[in-house]
Design a binder for this molecule. Structure first.
Ligand SMILES: C[S@@+](CC[C@H](N)C(=O)[O-])C[C@H]1O[C@@H](n2cnc3c(N)ncnc32)[C@H](O)[C@@H]1O
Length: 336
């Protein structure tokens, strides 16, 4: 199903607002990905509302967000929708004295609805498809960081869409997949031969399974890409198991965040690079948000101690997903 409003100029996507259609598209992508409300193009909307007395643009924004079929199927959290609608009402009423019934009706519909611990976020792909994922409303829940999508995953997915050849026809193993954004985007857009999602946390593995189903990526249902979800703990995985997975490409997003797990992660990366299958070892790409420079340099020193070299890659060129582009994210390729 094509969820994207219309064909957008690549340059304008998620970056700036060129015209009305562009603005509505920015509202739509940000709403479905549950971006911070402050990142929406409110000033552009207010200018538009001041220049044009008709409520047409607000009705279109409502149609492409809360009234969209995607919102019925996989809605953002109740609290988020409430906050979004109140902000829309506030911005509208700052420019006119006439309240808009349709906005109040939409707000009224979710006033009494109870909040749930999970919600859906949807990320629109250039093809017009949406990747919809069930995610937690809290960044850390059930003792794991794996139940939400992190920015390094969005960055890695964008980079993948720019570099299809790294994935096309290959067996891809993803470490610490979390809710699965990067993998679903790659399966949808980069034609891998096989894709192995992996994680160690039981709730994350369960969520991965249900998110695969939600996105129609069930092994038996898709003859083109064989998708599997595996329990793979960096601490205990054996070389035999890695050989059996036979990955040509290994990726991971936001796995360098806790100093306590760096040495087992590096141990696993070293095993992957050293247990060559038929003389070749996989290409490994790691995307990391650098929150704490000390933790990240500890990761790099451990790589060096393990005899692993790295090359810093140029990040994604084509913006696709809405996220804070001033966040410090580094993408590296590893080799011996
Ligand atoms: C910050 S989350 C990143 C999730 C996802 N890649 C993303 O960027 O949205 C880190 C992930 O690494 C997983 N993880 C942490 N330690 C692990 C280990 N020892 N073995 C396997 N996975 C692990 C967590 O369960 C979690 O899903």
């Amino acid at each position: 199903m094509n969820y994207i409003l219309n064909n957008q100029n690549e340059k304008s996507k998620c970056t700036g607002v060129r015209d009305k259609k562009d603005m509505i598209f920015a509202f739509q992508t940000s709403f479905f990905a549950m971006c911070r409300l402050s990142s929406f193009p409110w000033s552009a909307l207010e200018i538009e509302l001041r220049n044009d007395e008709s409520p047409e643009i607000l009705l279109e924004i409502l149609q492409q967000t809360c009234r969209h079929s995607l919102c019925r199927k996989t809605p953002p959290s109740v609290k988020y929708r409430r906050l979004f609608l109140s902000e829309l009402i506030k911005r509208h009423e700052a420019t006119t004295s006439e309240p808009l019934d349709e906005l109040y009706e939409a707000f009224g519909e979710i006033l009494g609805v109870e909040e749930e611990p999970t919600c859906y976020k949807s990320y629109l792909l250039p093809s017009g498809d949406a990747v919809s994922l069930s995610e937690s409303t809290a960044l850390i829940s059930e003792g794991t960081t794996g139940l939400v999508t992190w920015e390094a995953a969005l960055c890695l997915a964008e980079w993948a869409l720019d570099n299809l050849q790294v994935f096309s026809g290959r067996t891809v193993l993803e470490l610490g997949s979390g809710v699965g954004l990067t993998g679903v985007a790659i399966c949808r857009s980069c034609s891998p031969r096989r894709y192995v999602f992996s994680d160690c946390h039981p709730s994350v593995l369960q969520r991965l399974h249900s998110n695969m189903q939600l996105n129609g990526l069930v092994v038996a249902d898709d003859p083109n890409v064989t998708v599997t979800v595996r329990e793979l703990d960096w601490e205990t995985v054996t070389e035999d198991r890695l050989r059996e997975l036979g990955a040509d490409t290994v990726i991971a997003a936001d796995v360098v965040y806790d100093p306590a797990i760096i040495s087992c992660l590096v141990g696993l990366l070293s095993k992957l690079l050293r247990c060559a299958v038929q003389g070749t070892h996989p290409d490994i790409y790691i995307s990391s948000t650098i929150r704490n420079p000390e933790t990240y340099s500890c990761f790099k020193s451990e790589l060096k101690n393990a005899g692993i070299r790295y090359q810093i890659l140029k990040g994604p060129i084509t913006p696709v997903f809405p996220y804070n582009r001033s966040t410090s994210i580094e993408l590296i390729k590893l080799f011996l």
